[in-house]
Design a protein around this ligand. Structure first.
Ligand code: 6GU
Length: 221
């Protein structure tokens, strides 16, 4: 998969893709990530990418020209163009599962006070990562890249995402490792029983209990 990230702040991504699983996925060519500064596409003599809003109001608004020209120069029939914006569809595991099947994602990071409404017409999807306000779409783009990359074939073992929280609209069951007794807190007996059917039943039960207690909204889906 190829992911192009359109941002005015490519340095914000330093480090995030240079550690751990994403780093390995890039090295193993499971994913190619390009940071594109759309300021490079501006035709403004002073390299401007924003302007004041028509009708008045505070702040600067990203203009159409640099983003249109940038997207039009990189998009193909295989591209899915995603705008990161707090008024987008709220991101979830189902959307990650869907995006991980695409060949080419173009992620557009909004910034400043906003962007020209006509930029939405370029995009196939608009995505928010939750009901709170961030300074821009960069952190959300990192969230999408991380959640999508880990689902790509061969990046982590298939089994690891089978059990993920949210994969069936259920939260994960509790896990334990050695020692069996830590400061009097003991590992549930069933996990040491060696009885795989009992363990599977217990995990399912614990997943359901936790989801019921913490996220009953998931169970009604
Ligand atoms: Cl995608 N952008 C911004 N600026 N804030 C957000 C967001 C996106 N998702 C949640 N908050």
């Amino acid at each position: 998969m190829k992911i192009d990230i359109l941002t005015l702040f490519p340095n914000m991504f330093d480090g995030v893709f240079q550690e751990s699983i994403i780093k390995r996925a890039i090295e193993e060519k499971k994913v190619e990530i390009n940071l594109i500064n759309f300021r490079d596409y501006t035709e403004d003599p002073h390299n401007k990418v924003d302007d004041t809003p028509f009708g008045g109001g505070a702040g600067m608004v990203l203009t159409c020209q640099p983003i249109f020209d940038c997207v039009e120069s990189i998009r193909t029939e295989d591209s899915v163009v995603v705008l990161l914006t707090p008024d987008g569809e709220v991101y979830n595991q189902q959307m990650a599962n869907d995006f991980c099947l695409k060949k080419h994602l173009i992620l557009i990071c909004g910034h400043y006070e906003g962007f020209d409404e006509r930029i939405r017409s370029l995009c196939d999807r608009e995505v928010s990562i939750g009901d709170y306000v961030l300074t821009g779409g960069e952190v959300p783009a990192m969230v999408l890249v991380d959640s999508i990359t880990r689902l790509l074939p061969g990046v982590i073992t298939e089994e690891s995402h089978q059990n993920d929280s949210f994969q069936e609209n259920l939260l994960d069951y509790p896990t334990y490792t050695k020692p069996r007794d830590f400061r009097g807190m003991e590992v549930p007996e069933v996990l040491i029983s060696g009885d795989h059917q009992r363990i599977a039943n217990w995990r399912r039960e614990e997943s359901l209990k936790k989801t019921q207690a913490r996220r009953p909204d998931l169970l009604s889906k």
